[in-house]
Design a protein around this ligand. Structure first.
Ligand code: URP
Ligand code: ZN
Ligand code: ZN
Length: 460
């Protein structure tokens, strides 16, 4: 099967030029001006950008959280991702305490068999006695080259500093990356119990019991631990200027410290948690939405490369059945929100169209940097001969209003309901196969492949 994309404007993290792209089977075989070869199919990309498919390195499909499962499984979630121009995800396999990481991986491989785009995994570590350190090496050999550890959620996912330090030392040796959910879980737990005892139970108290300082402190500690362990560290879902300042300071010192943020921290705020009729529960996610002034600081962090990429932390729960579990107390609302379908157009519209980031930086943030950070580059995140033909034809002029009525995520609300954007995925190609074309689904359940990722290269 061959395909030629003619007349498009190729945009990568560092290039912007007009050329044709010839795809043979699942790879890009040639790039050049006015390519003359015959192909099974010709797509005219006049007026469109030709970009590498989006890569979302932070999703939770069918994930156990707060006594329920996130409402998108690997089929519905990756299909929605594709509609939004994301052709690859890295999801989280969650180790149950006492479980061998290899067993965890087997469970998540099974769940992901129905994925429609390619996927990798990070391993969430909840249990790492000294005697099991070797398990991390085994997982890295399977191509799972990053681990997530939690400084929050005591009694559920939180691990102590010694465990984090051990994992970092081991990751330094195996060339893997430790990703940290950085919030001071102990202090937050006290604040949550106090709020509940005092009858302060509305959704907004989710944010008020998780102060920005709790994130700043934990990021600082994570960086100190990584520096002592001589290992890199990646801070997931950075939501505050407090955290960003600690990352920037460490990077100024030359430390391999990295961070991501998510569209909801760039565009939504604590005011959304105050919406009446329990609607604030739709915005209960962790770390919480912050005061609005943090948003511009995060954009600046992306511009200055103190934050390297944008992921979604896609972890949807239906409002009617699942968010309602916390009707009588914010502490029982499952934490998480939907976003995998909206990341590319939200960052394009609010980043590029609003003059906050360049076109090249946008491609870098949503595709190339994720691939480099997590061992997928140049197979993914690039438009170059020999790489996977994961390509999005992006229509910069197409207007769209985001709504739960039209999105493809399996969730009954959108955090961005009514947001108007200009710039949308027009045609989505995954390993040479057109899977979305002008709003029509052409992909097949189970066509996504597990990606064995390379070790951390330090070359970001
Ligand atoms: O609220 C969130 N973020 N839920 C998913 C779990 C996590 O901490 O990433
Ligand atoms: Zn987290
Ligand atoms: Zn998450």
């Amino acid at each position: 099967m061959s395909l030629i994309i003619k007349n498009g404007r190729i945009l990568t993290a560092d290039q912007d030029f007009r050329a044709d792209v010839y795809i043979e089977n699942d790879k890009i075989a040639e790039i050049g001006i006015d390519l003359s070869m015959q192909a099974d199919r010709v797509i005219d990309a006049s007026g469109l950008y030709v970009i590498p498919g989006g890569i979302d390195v932070h999703t939770h499909m069918e994930a156990p959280v707060g006594g329920t499962l996130s409402s998108d499984d690997f089929e519905t979630g990756t299909r929605a991702a594709a509609f939004g121009g994301t052709t690859c995800i890295i999801d989280f396999a969650t180790q149950t305490r006492g479980q061998k990481m290899r067993e965890t991986l087997d469970i998540w491989w099974k769940k992901a068999e129905k994925a429609v785009v390619d996927y990798g995994f990070h391993m969430i570590v909840t249990d790492l006695p000294e005697a099991h350190l070797e398990d991390m090496n085994e997982i890295v050999r399977e191509g799972v080259t990053s681990f997530k550890l939690f400084m929050a959620y005591p009694g559920v996912l939180m691990v102590d500093d010694a465990t984090i330090f051990r994992a970092m030392q081991q990751s330094g040796k195996t060339g893997s990356m430790v990703c940290i959910h950085a919030e001071n879980g102990g202090a937050i737990d006290v604040l949550v119990k106090q709020a509940i005892a005092e009858g302060r139970k509305d959704p907004v108290y989710h944010a008020l019991t998780r102060p920005a300082t709790a994130e700043g402190e934990a990021v600082n500690r994570a960086i100190a631990l990584a520096s002592m362990a001589d290992a890199p560290v990646y801070i997931v879902h950075v939501s505050t200027n407090d955290a960003l300042e600690k990352i920037a300071e460490a990077r100024d010192r030359g430390l391999p410290v990295f961070g991501e943020t998510c569209p909801h921290y760039l565009l939504l705020s604590i005011d959304d948690l105050k919406r009446p009729d329990f609607e604030g529960a739709k915005y209960v996610l962790t770390p919480p939405l912050r005061e609005q002034w943090h948003q511009e600081k995060l954009w600046e962090g992306l511009r200055r490369n103190n934050l390297q990429l944008v992921s979604t932390d896609h972890c949807p729960f239906c409002f009617k059945e699942q968010k309602m579990m916390g009707r009588d107390s914010f502490a029982k609302i499952p934490n998480g929100g939907p976003g995998v379908e909206d990341r590319m157009h939200l960052t394009f519209h609010h980043g590029v169209n609003n003059g906050r980031i360049s076109l090249n930086r946008w491609v870098e943030l949503v595709s190339t940097a994720p691939a480099k950070m997590f061992g997928l580059y140049p197979r993914k995140g690039a438009i170059t001969v020999g790489c996977d033909a994961d390509i999005v034809l992006w229509d910069p002029a197409k207007e769209h209003t985001i709504s739960a009525k039209t999105h493809h995520m399996n969730v009954d609300y959108s955090m961005y309901e009514g947001f108007a954007v200009r710039g949308l995925a027009d045609t989505v190609i995954s390993r040479g196969e057109v899977i979305v074309e002008k709003g029509e689904w052409l992909g097949k359940k189970g066509r996504g492949k597990f990606l064995k990722r390379d070790q951390y290269s330090g070359n970001i």
